[in-house]
Design a protein around this ligand. Structure first.
Ligand SMILES: N[C@@H](CCC(=O)N[C@@H](CS)C(=O)NCC(=O)O)C(=O)O
Length: 256
């Protein structure tokens, strides 16, 4: 299910579902939201996040991505709010487990990937820290901007490293138990939003190849920055699961 990029003016004017997305880099929150809409075959129009037009903040309520806006409803920027909006617009196929216990587990694990202090958040702090030290990661100006915006403090860099390694192991442990039981997905027998989050957040560790995910050299270099402990915590089954998800459920090439 493809989507079209439109101008901010057009997006503000038109009805339906529009989503502000970060350009030039496979932002995992944005790629997850795109993936959910794709699986559910929900039509939408994309607006690239711009840093020079004040109206984006007025319209979307913030200058970050993704922000999903349906008709005149309030903007939704949280991963769970975007997921629930998609479930409302297209209940089938559902990306939530039918079993209530598994559903609660899914939201818990998804929070550990997408939420504040989760895998994506902690990985971003790692890449900011590396950038500020001049050891890979985000280029200096971007690292400085993100540091101020996302609560970076040098003294928390070590705890971000630990969080990243723990969470990668939490995910691969669960996936391994499922694989041992002959199940390729994180929960039960079918694909859920958790599979989408895991697959898209791997972009922060091992981005997809240039032929399906074109981006500037420095962005790729940033995302590929790995210290030894993080590298050791990336079980190849996480990448194999990512590849399976892109092959069977998500769209390639990425349209950034
Ligand atoms: N609001 C999202 C997280 C969004 C987020 O972290 N967005 C980043 C993704 S790279 C962003 O917009 N970065 C660019 C910027 O802040 O300028 C959620 O809570 O689910």
């Amino acid at each position: 299910m493809g989507f079209q990029y439109i101008s901010l003016d057009e997006a503000i004017e038109r009805a339906g579902l529009r989503m502000v997305v970060v350009g030039d880099i496979p932002s995992p929150w944005g790629e997850a939201a795109k993936g959910i809409l794709h699986i559910k075959r929900i039509g939408w129009a994309a607006v690239r996040l711009s840093y020079d037009d004040p109206r984006i903040k007025e319209w979307a309520g913030q200058r970050s991505g993704p922000v999903a806006i349906l008709d005149r409803e309030p903007p939704r920027s949280g991963w769970a709010d975007i997921l629930m909006l998609a479930e409302r617009l297209a209940p089938e196929p559902s990306l939530l487990p039918a079993d209530p216990g598994e559903r609660a587990l899914m939201f818990g694990l998804a929070h550990e990937i997408c939420g504040e202090g989760g895998l994506g958040w902690s990985r971003r702090l790692q890449l900011i820290d590396a950038g500020l030290r001049g050891e890979g990661g985000f280029p200096q100006p971007a690292a400085g901007y993100l540091a101020r915006k996302y609560g970076y403090r040098p003294e928390t860099a070590a705890s971000a490293d630990r969080r990243v390694a723990h969470l990668l192991r939490l995910l691969s442990g669960r996936l391994q138990r499922q694989l041992d039981a002959g199940r390729p997905y994180y929960l039960g027998d079918g694909v859920t939003a958790l599979d989408v989050y895991s697959a898209t957040f791997m972009a922060m560790f091992a981005p997809l190849s240039e032929d399906v995910c074109r981006m500037e050299r420095w962005n790729r270099r940033a995302l590929e920055t790995l210290d030894e402990a993080t590298s050791a915590a990336i079980d190849p089954i996480l990448i194999a699961h990512r590849d399976m998800m892109y092959e069977k459920h998500l769209e390639l090439p990425l349209a950034l």
